[in-house]
Design a protein. Structure first.
Length: 212
């Protein structure tokens, strides 16, 4: 397969999965060699074994990075700092796409970005919604679940001072009822305490008693 035929085949795909590309091919060795050469030449970007992106000059469709996060490790959903940025709960831009998964934790680093995965048990794998851009579907934690995942996975001791240091903002987006419901589902006293501190912080910010 030459480069132009390859582009015609995969040009409209956001991500190239070689397993699909090799389907029905009795001997994929030749294509594998070409893909390796195109990767070294910078025409395609390897996300992980068997999964690639076209380099930007050759793309016909914009890539939605949260979608990449979803397919690099499945099941997973974006949470913690990246989800907090997505919901505009923190002012800083977050360069790492951190997700939680029921599978092994790990990370993938390429020119497409930094994708980090943290393990969470199956009983806590909930509290996220789908988001679709350019027909690419990703999964992102709600405001409340992203906050609780953040403190649970990182094993942080929550305090008002820490929330001010985090510069948690737009607290009106946090549904306090959902926050406490989710905290109970963790079945950890520490998470219920985290919900109480977040509620107290939100109340102070809303009343204007404290500023960021």
């Amino acid at each position: 397969m030459n480069w132009m035929k390859f582009l015609k085949t995969v040009g409209k795909l956001p991500v190239i999965n070689t397993e699909n590309l090799f389907a029905g091919v009795s001997d994929p060795t030749g294509i594998e060699v070409q893909i390796s050469r195109w990767n070294k030449a910078g025409k395609i970007i390897q996300l992980k074994r068997g999964m690639y992106l076209l380099a930007e000059p050759y793309r016909k469709i914009a890539v939605y990075e949260p979608y990449i996060a979803a397919i690099l490790k499945n099941p997973s959903y974006i949470s913690m700092e990246k989800a907090l940025e997505y919901h505009n709960l923190i002012p800083e831009a977050v360069t790492v796409y951190t997700s939680v998964t029921t599978k092994r934790q790990g990370r993938f680093v390429s020119k497409a970005g930094f994708f980090d995965y943290r393990h969470i048990k199956e009983s806590l794998f909930w509290g996220y919604k789908s988001a679709t851009v350019n027909k690419q579907t990703a999964f992102i934690a709600s405001c409340e679940k992203a906050l609780l995942d953040f403190f649970y996975v990182k094993r942080l001791n929550i305090s008002l001072d820490y929330l001010y240091e985090l510069r948690l903002q737009n607290v009106e987006k946090i549904n306090i009822e959902n926050l406490f419901e989710y905290a109970w589902r963790f079945k950890k006293p520490k998470m219920l305490y985290a919900a109480k501190v977040i509620k107290e912080y939100s109340t102070l910010i809303k009343k204007g008693e404290k500023t960021l």
